[in-house]
Each structure stands twice: as C-alpha cells, then as structure tokens.
Design a protein around this ligand. Sequence first.
Ligand code: A3P
Length: 337
Amino acid sequence: METHNEFNVESLPQKKWWDQRYVCEMNGFWTLPEFVPYTVRVLNEFKPLPSDVILASFPKTGTTWLKSLLPSIIWRSSKESSSLVNHHPHDLVRYLEFPGSPPWLSSSSPNGELISSSSSSGGNHHHDEEITDPTRRRIFATHLPYQHLENKLDANKPCRVVYITRNPKDTLVSMWHFVNKTKGPEEHDWQLEDAQNTFCSGIFPFGPYYDHVMGFKKASLEKPHNIFFITYEELMTDPIVHVKRLAEFLGCPFADDQEESVLEVEKIVKSCSFESMTSQEVNKSEDFTSWTPVAYNAFFRKGGIGDHKNYLDANTIKRIDALTREKFHAAGFMYGI
Ligand code: A3P
C-alpha cells in the first residue's frame, strides 16, 4: 500500500559534509537539502510502469556508462547509437529525484525524439505482456537507496531495476576528484583525508555507500527477475557477456549466435566504451547539463579499475578494507577488496 511521505528540510537532522555544504538525513540516508522536496515528490507521486527501467546507483560507480548502455540496448537502431554522438548520457536518461520538472511527466515521451524504432522482442518474464511498444519504454535513473524505493519497486507488476556498484576505494577516489572538479571557485579543496573520513562515516550525498549497495544487493537476491545487480569491474572485464545478460534481463535479448546480432552487441559495447565516449565533442564540453550546473566533461575522468592505489596510503586501504569486511563480507557479499 502507498504511504504518504512528509519530510520538511528544517525538521531533518543536518550535518556538515564539507566546506559550507550540508547534508540532511532522511530515514538513515544523507541527501542534499535542495533534493528533499524532489525526493518527496518521487516517493509520493512517481508510479513506475511495469515496462519502465530504472538505473539505480551510488554516485561515481558507473552511472554515466549505463546511461549510455541502457538506451543503446533497449532502443537499439542506428538512430539511437548516433544519439550518443550528439547527446550526453545524462541528458538521455534523467534522474527521478533531481531538481526540475518530473521526468515521468514529460509530454511526448520521457526521452523526447530519442525514442527509436527498435524491433526487439522476447524474454519470458511476466513483464513482457506490458511492453506493447518497446520503443516507448521509459528509462530513468536514481541515486535513491532501495530502502526508500522499496514500496514502489514491490508493486504487483514491478518495473525492472539495474543497479551498478563499484569497488569502494575506487568510488571514493572518483568522488573526491569529482567534487574538486565541480566545486565553486569560492569553495575550499576537499582534502583527500577529509574525503576518506567522510566516506567511512557515510555522511555525504546518498551515503552511506555500504548501506546503499547492500539494500540493492539483498533485493537482487530476493527478486532476480526484477533487480539486476552488476559491478563496474564485471562490466569492464567482460562487457560483451554482460551487455547480453542485460538485454536478456530487460526483455530484449539479442538473437543467439547470429552474426548480425554479435556485431550489434560489439557495436554497442564499443560506442559506449570510455574511449569512444570521451572522443565525442558533447562529452568533452564544458557546457552544463540541463539538470545541474556540472560540466558535461566532469563525468569522465580515467575510467578504469584500481586507480585508488595511486591515491590511498596503506593505512587508509587497511581502514576501508576492514569496513568492507564488516559491511559486505560479514553479510555474505564477498566484494570490494
Ligand atoms: P573515474 O573517476 O574513476 O574515472 P558516475 O557515472 O557514476 O558518476 O561514475 C563516474 C566514473 O565512471 C568515473 O570514474 C568515470 O570516468 C567513469 N566512466 C564514465 N563513463 C564511462 C564509460 N563509458 N566506461 C567506463 N567508465 C566510465
């Protein structure tokens, strides 16, 4: 049953996150004060359709990558892949809870002219009866934790969720770079030591990281037909295999072993690769996204596995690994070290 959520920024616990920036706590997770009304709007008003796809992630874990892969897999067609040339992935797939007009109320289609004429069909889940026209399927993104969305995702005929996560140490280093790249000129640098403490305390936007990941991990084990859980490292190591698995899960599989579909998968993997994406003018641009004042190019930095080794000292690695053992390994999720 739907519950009505009332949150008032002033009444929520607030803590300083860094410099003059604050986060406030909503049911065990931290968020930016300006996001509170939009989060409440999602919780009270968003009604996912069974054919919807929601990309969920903690920040800096591979969201941008999947914002290019999911439209390419779901909509396919040459028109769609060419859209990656002209459109930043964050403009292809909008966040549910970010400031601005609700993405689920867009007039024509949530993704405007980018809806393509895919011919995909298939899959054998109960969702499929709802997908009358795959080209009209809506794709949204969210950084909200599963614990906030649980009621929405537990519907009778639930939508599909794809959750990506990433090694905590690489996530931290990516986050630290991102904040320093996107901060205002008047703001102090976010020192790496502060970033480490913040990561471990969990008090920054959408944190704690560990609770965020475990919420979706557990849900994916309980509902594997509805929640697809993947790591950045898996996707990086074997993108062809995982793009095919994603397509199966999404109900639009590639035809088995047909040369044409093998080429199609390879083309999607290549066009969404870090190398290809960073060669597009739109992704090199200092222009701002339509939904927040962050330069398009800030979402691409190095794009690899293990960069934390270049930044974190042995003590910090030890500290984060201990936390990872406590939060992930003790719960049976042997990941992140
Ligand atoms: P690094 O800072 O380690 O380079 P998010 O999209 O969730 O904000 O995550 C950003 C991270 O994903 C950054 O990591 C960014 O470089 C990387 N990234 C962006 N696009 C990518 C792609 N197509 N392939 C692999 N990594 C990508």
